[in-house]
Design a protein around this ligand. Structure first.
Ligand SMILES: [Zn+2]
Length: 156
């Protein structure tokens, strides 16, 4: 086998791996009731790569631009909200100017590191909420999301 055959095999294997990954994403979108458009797929590829992430629309837009995906920030926002509506993402609002989208939709809370503008996961059993307001008549509790905000102690 020549060196270039070896190279071709590596390229074929990685093309095969990315085709399999893309098929999995197409299936994920379809099962969630979303048509797998080129733009949705481009963003889903970045978001759902197997790691738990908390992303901002601006971050996702930058990464997509870097990959030549050609999506506007408005499209990124729309897509993130569609993914959230379809249950693929969970929205975490830290304050009125900061929203993150979480690829981990399981039950957990968050800690916001103010000095780093970063959100990290807190396991659900690390927080206990032992008093809740009365749920209005005809309503049911969906979830309680806790965001614990921290910053470095002021020097004394
Ligand atoms: Zn999270």
């Amino acid at each position: 086998m020549s060196e270039s055959d070896g190279q071709n095999q590596v390229e074929n294997a990685s093309a095969e791996a990315s085709r399999v990954a893309r098929d999995a994403l197409v299936g994920k979108l379809r099962r969630s009731g979303l048509r797998p458009t080129r733009q949705r797929l481009a963003l889903a590829e970045i978001l759902f790569d197997g790691k738990d992430r908390h992303v901002s629309a601006e971050w996702l837009h930058e990464i997509a631009k870097g990959r030549g995906a050609g999506v506007s920030l408005a499209t990124v926002y729309n897509t993130l909200h569609q993914f959230t509506g379809a249950g693929l993402l969970r929205e975490i609002t830290v304050d009125s100017s900061r929203t993150y989208f979480d690829t981990n939709t399981g039950d957990h809370h968050h800690m916001f590191l103010e000095h780093e503008d970063r959100v990290v996961d807190v396991p659900s059993n690390a927080v206990s909420v032992n008093r809740l307001p009365e749920i209005p008549e005809g309503m049911e509790l969906v979830s309680v999301d806790v965001v614990v905000r921290v910053r470095p102690k002021a020097a004394s």
